[in-house]
Design a binder for this molecule. Structure first.
Ligand code: CTP
Ligand code: CA
Length: 225
């Protein structure tokens, strides 16, 4: 669709987007993190505002400027992100999980800075699982007909991995990116295929993250009817 042809097709809708990457603290100065910049989630927020939606952006550790017209909720960890997303999703028509959520967090948080000791090997970092927000959203839709969208960065057999992940998560749409050392993270451009629970696949050519965002909203708007 050309820009402008879908103007205001999300008017009256509330959409929730998570963006960025969670950080899981080890001690007051250290965390386990990831390389997500938040750009795709912010592009989703900007395009949804442009299409007339009320937008809640749950932003995890992104340095990007707040998108005009969106309600921004800042979070740090996966547990905080889950709380903010579930709260906003209660009256949402669609939820898009563009954030890179840490799968694990340190089992223990040291309230003081961890120090090295002469002649001692470091203690291993014990990890525990974080909640799977996308699976939880999909399993218990806050509203009938709520559209739930996930993102997946895959390597190797990208499509097969994407199909399996879509089924496992139970979401309506899964945006699958192929990643490598120099691709996707921190870039302003993207290339993806959007897999749907009904078996369809929409290829999105290499282009700006706004273009991929508009394809996602086209597919969401189609499902909202
Ligand atoms: N996700 C989530 N909660 C988590 C982990 C992931 O909500 N604890 C969401 C992400 O926001 C994304 C989708 O699930 O929309 C897929 O994330 P991904 O890391 O690809 O999926 P995982 O199930 O964690 O699989 P993998 O073992 O490949 O990391
Ligand atoms: Ca993961």
């Amino acid at each position: 669709l050309a820009r402008g042809t879908h103007s205001a097709d999300l008017a009256g809708r509330h959409v929730v987007i998570s963006a960025g990457g969670t950080r899981e603290p080890l001690d007051p100065v250290r965390y386990l993190g990831n390389r997500s910049s938040g750009r795709q989630g912010y592009a989703l927020a900007r395009t949804a505002v442009a299409r007339g939606a009320r937008v809640t952006l749950v932003a995890a550790n992104s340095e990007l400027a707040d998108p005009a017209g969106a309600d921004v909720v800042r979070v740090g960890t996966a547990v905080q992100l889950r709380e903010a997303v579930l709260k906003a999703a209660a009256d949402a028509d669609a939820v898009v999980m563009a954030a890179a959520v840490a799968d694990f967090r340190p089992a223990h948080y040291a309230t003081g800075k961890i120090k090295k000791k002469d002649g001692e090997e470091p203690a291993p970092v014990e990890l525990v699982r974080n909640p799977d927000v996308l699976a939880e959203l999909s399993a218990g839709r806050a509203r009938p007909g709520q559209v739930v969208v996930g993102f997946a960065a895959e390597t190797d057999d990208v499509l097969a991995n994407g199909r399996a992940k879509l089924a496992r998560k139970g979401c309506d749409l899964l945006v699958v990116n192929e990643v490598g050392e120099d691709r996707t993270f921190g870039s302003t451009e993207n290339e993806a295929v959007v897999l749907a629970a009904d078996g369809s696949a929409t290829e999105v050519p290499h282009g700006p993250k706004e273009a991929l965002a508009d394809v996602v909203w086209d597919l969401v708007a189609g499902r909202l009817g």
